[in-house]
Design a protein around this ligand. Structure first.
Ligand code: GLN
Length: 248
């Protein structure tokens, strides 16, 4: 069920995390180790967003499997960044395979990804959707649960919520409206990372002025730590905080 990762720290070639690590994201697209909740591979598209030296993030996404994009390895080997978010997608049944349904979703400084499913989609989200401006509903990136979650998170960010507050509040309201949803959200503004664990795996490696959050560890470094289910992770190069969701 989708795999995603986010990195903050000294600039590195994007290919290190996407292709070169032993269990890099491309490997997680065809040989994921922990696909709880259904799905076998993540072949329904991918995306990568990174922060150039100045300005808003650059995003590249596709509806094809990550391993099938012949231009990607060269692009990411030649591109370095100190902050990035990337994802590979396994589309939930009934949801379209289209590039605009692939994470990361973006606006301004933010990059967002969702691993999971909103239970009872779309009937369970009627009341949540009604809280959004009509314009936001009519301009969703795609008719998917992840795109609606992004609209809900973005609505809070635009109103001034911190990334951590936006993630925690969205998880709370969607969990209440659609119990049993799997809501691993991942959000960065290029300076900090906020992530939730609700129903799916997430690991973190932190130290030496960098932090890497990933659905699955990228290697056998003993520094990887599993994030327990039901938590909010907030991380920057200097610190890492885990808080039980509901007490945030
Ligand atoms: N439900 C989302 C989608 O279809 C995310 C899927 C997943 O986590 N596998 O895009």
């Amino acid at each position: 069920m989708c795999r995603h990762l986010a990195y903050l720290g000294p600039p590195l070639a994007l290919s290190r995390l996407l292709f070169e690590a032993p269990h890099a994201l491309v490997r997680q697209s065809w040989a994921p180790k922990d696909m709880r909740g259904g799905g076998t591979i993540n072949a329904d598209g991918f995306g990568v967003g990174w922060y150039p030296a100045a300005g808003h993030p650059v995003r590249y996404r596709s509806d094809r499997p990550m391993w099938a994009d012949a231009s990607l390895p060269g692009l990411v080997a030649a591109t370095a960044a100190g902050a990035l978010l990337a994802a590979v997608r396994s589309a939930t049944e009934t949801m379209p395979v289209t590039s605009t349904a692939a994470a990361p979703f973006t606006e301004g400084p933010w990059l967002f990804s969702h691993n999971g499913v909103v239970a009872g989609w779309p009937d369970t989200v009627t009341s949540l959707a009604a809280r959004l401006p009509t314009r936001d509903l009519l301009t969703l990136d795609a008719p998917t649960d992840s795109a609606l979650l992004w609209a809900l998170v973005r609505h809070r960010l635009r109103a001034g919520d911190t990334p951590a507050a936006a993630v925690a509040a969205t998880v709370a309201e969607v969990s209440a409206a659609a119990p049993g949803s799997r809501l691993n959200l991942l959000l960065t503004d290029g300076a900090s990372i906020a992530a939730s664990t609700v129903g799916h795996a997430l690991s973190v490696r932190h130290g030496d002025g960098s932090v890497l959050v990933s659905s699955e560890p990228l290697d056998d470094d003993p520094g990887w730590r599993a994030v327990p289910d039901g938590h909010l992770l907030v991380a920057g190069p200097a610190g890492l905080h885990l808080t039980p969701l509901g007490r945030t």
